[in-house]
Design a protein around this ligand. Structure first.
Ligand code: ASP
Length: 309
């Protein structure tokens, strides 16, 4: 198969294992490109991409912009804070105005779950979801799986635990879909209040004891507590959260095995993970960031080749 089964990347829920394999194969090629002295290919010279960020982002936004520029696409950036959205314009109007300037693809981050799906049904452009509220963050999950595959050889059959605020995390949901699609064994671990009810229906197990989860896993993906999405208190205090779910070097050293540590960023050092662990050889956090560019190049390239047909 040499093309994606979808015209948009709205979530991992909508893609197939073959899509994931194709994205990874294409990312392998782009990873080689971005390690060359000239890190650019002319593939998307005739494509214009708008990055629409209605919610804060540092890493994801820079990563998409670099990916687009390394494919030689024309890029326009938009942030809600400085736009007419503040004057009451609707999402469809905002995007249609941008599209009328001959934009082919929209990369969008939005606080509302489903915003990307909604847009894909109302505007004529290829949509990439760069995070929609607490719903999905598909390129993050793809780069996470790509990084596991790079470190451990494959994702299939590996034991992966996702630790922390599962309830508010789009990274958790997209990772669960992506890891299950590739045949990994997945557990989630965190305070009961931050684990969605019925999550087992997605084929994952729940573990509330961090040590037990770490003893079981090959990879631990440590998530940030999403304070900005919380309207009530989900645990007594940060101190208590750190005691029960913070990953320290002492815990890692007390395990009789090596595990790989991941984090989607931004890290709250000293909360979900200590600096010692984040900066150790166990962690592949900066590999994740580096791989993000190659994986996003692959996604954009593959979607753009469907527009061109
Ligand atoms: N950067 C990730 C996201 O946008 C994770 C996080 O914010 O904690 O969802």
């Amino acid at each position: 198969m040499s093309e994606l089964s979808v015209d948009h990347l709205l979530g991992i829920k909508y893609i197939t294992k073959e899509d994931v394999d194709l994205i990874f194969k294409t990312a392998d090629h782009f990873k080689e490109v971005i390690n060359r002295p000239i890190k650019k290919v002319p593939s998307l010279r005739d494509i214009t991409i708008a990055n629409l960020f209605f919610e804060n982002s540092t890493r994801t936004r820079l990563s998409f912009e670099l990916a687009e520029k390394r494919l030689s696409a024309d890029v326009v950036n938009f942030s809600a804070a400085s736009s007419s959205v503040k004057k009451g314009e609707t999402l469809i109007d905002t995007v249609n105005n941008i599209l009328s300037m001959k934009v082919d693809m929209v990369v969008m981050r939005h606080p509302n779950p489903g915003a990307g799906v909604f847009l894909s049904q109302h505007v004529n452009a290829s949509i990439v979801n760069a995070g929609d509220g607490a719903h999905e963050h598909p390129t993050q999950a793809l780069l996470d799986s790509y990084s596991i595959r790079e470190r451990l050889g494959e994702v299939t059959g590996k034991n992966i635990v996702i630790v922390g605020d599962i309830l508010h995390s789009r990274v958790a949901l997209s990772n669960i879909f992506a890891l299950k699609l590739q045949g990994a064994n997945v557990k989630v671990c965190g305070p009961k209040t931050l684990i969605p009810k019925h999550i087992e229906k997605l084929g994952v197990e729940v573990e509330t004891n961090l040590r037990k989860a770490l003893e079981w896993c090959d990879v631990a993906n440590m998530l940030r507590v999403q304070n900005e999405r919380m309207d009530i208190s989900y645990f007594p205090s940060t101190r208590e959260y750190v005691q029960q779910f913070g990953l320290t070097k002492d815990i890692l050293d007390s395990l009789n095995k090596e595990i790989t540590i991941m984090h989607p960023g931004p890290i709250n050092r000293g909360v979900e993970i200590t600096s010692e662990v984040a900066d150790s050889d166990h962690a592949i956090i900066l590999d994740q960031v580096q791989n993000g560019v190659a994986v996003r190049m692959a996604v954009i390239y593959l979607l753009a080749s469907k527009i061109k047909q």
